[in-house]
Ligand binder design. Structure first.
Ligand SMILES: Nc1nc2c(ncn2[C@@H]2O[C@H](COP(=O)(O)OP(=O)(O)OP(=O)(O)O)[C@@H](O)[C@H]2O)c(=O)[nH]1
Length: 295
């Protein structure tokens, strides 16, 4: 007798920089989310699908729970987190081994039924004394009784099988929602925008805090190739020269690297035009955010 298939939504949450994107990428085995050294680079919900035998995991990579900054942008991001957790079947709360801060604790009131919530203690590779783990986990469990606790290293691929097994145990029985080879249900142009955004964060992210988004304005694709126009929206006139760099060097590098990744994604030649627009105070205006595609 074959066992019934299981399929469910999995949310990965945690304060910024704990390694959520790295973990989801490591679990799915393909790059659908963006990974960056900078905090708060994941603004969108990204669905990545992993199918293994009878189990299908549909990952919902929520934005980092925001606590440090005020404003419409953060309120909106936190609403997305709350809504996401209410909808999913399994929640993986990612924390960093040995480091538990108020940012982590602020996620606790949002967590649903403990039975469907798993604590993934990430970055165990960076922990000097492994014995510290007991006290660390004990302290956290006194605040919230997770259904399971799994120490992992997303970066080194440690204990990921155990984590997947704990998630699978919580997936409801049901038909698979996606084809077995599906990686993401995000349209390819969304991924193209993410690629460009990743290049910007990597090159000038430190100088350009939170004030930029990418909008794909033109997408003409044929069998032979794709012609893409992307607009980088910045908040201030002063951000333009940061993006451009001396003699346009930054912009050139960002566009070149993004074009190369897009070529791999689409498997055909890509002509990419990138330009910059200034839209003052965009991150403070919810209507402007909606217009730009943030729901
Ligand atoms: N040593 C170590 N570093 C890790 C591990 N997982 C992630 N990192 C690093 O932690 C940093 C943050 O990782 P991200 O995956 O971008 O973190 P995130 O939680 O998605 O961050 P936000 O998008 O800002 O919410 C990166 O520099 C990663 O390389 C790990 O297992 N071990």
């Amino acid at each position: 007798m074959t066992e019934p298939t299981r399929c469910g939504f999995v949310a990965v949450i945690g304060r910024p920089n704990v390694g959520k994107s790295t973990l989801v990428n490591a679990l799915i085995g393909s790059k659908v989310s963006i990974v960056s050294r900078k905090a708060q680079t994941t603004r969108h919900r990204i669905h990545g699908v992993l199918t293994r035998g009878r189990d299908q995991y549909v990952f919902v990579d929520t934005p980092g729970f925001q606590t440090r900054h005020g404003g419409a942008m953060n309120r909106m991001m936190n609403r997305v987190v709350t809504r996401t957790l209410a909808e999913v079947d399994v929640v993986v709360h990612v924390a960093e081994a040995g480091k538990w801060s108020s940012g982590d604790a602020q996620v606790l009131p949002l967590l649903p039924d403990p039975a469907k919530t798993i604590l993934a203690v990430n970055k165990v590779d960076a922990l000097r004394n492994k014995n510290d783990m007991f006290a660390y986990v004990g302290k956290i469990m006194s605040q919230f009784t997770y259904g399971a606790v799994v120490p992992v290293s997303a970066l080194r691929g440690v204990q990921l099988e155990n984590l997947l097994a704990e998630i699978a145990d919580r997936l409801p029985a049901g038909e698979h929602m996606f084809e077995a080879d599906a990686l993401t249900d995000r349209p390819v142009r969304f991924i193209a925008a993410e690629i460009l955004r990743e290049k910007i964060f990597r090159l000038v992210g430190d100088e350009l805090p939170y004030g930029c988004t990418v909008v794909i304005e033109q997408w003409d694709e044929t069998e032979e190739g794709a012609r893409i126009a992307a607009c980088i929206v910045v908040e201030r006139e002063a951000h333009k020269p940061i993006l451009l760099g001396a003699g346009g060097a930054h912009m050139k590098r960002i566009a070149t690297e993004a074009r190369q990744d897009m070529l791999k994604l689409l498997e055909k030649p890509v002509h990419l035009d990138v330009y910059i627009k200034v839209r003052k105070g965009w991150s403070e205006r919810e209507s402007a955010l909606r217009e730009l595609g943030y729901e």
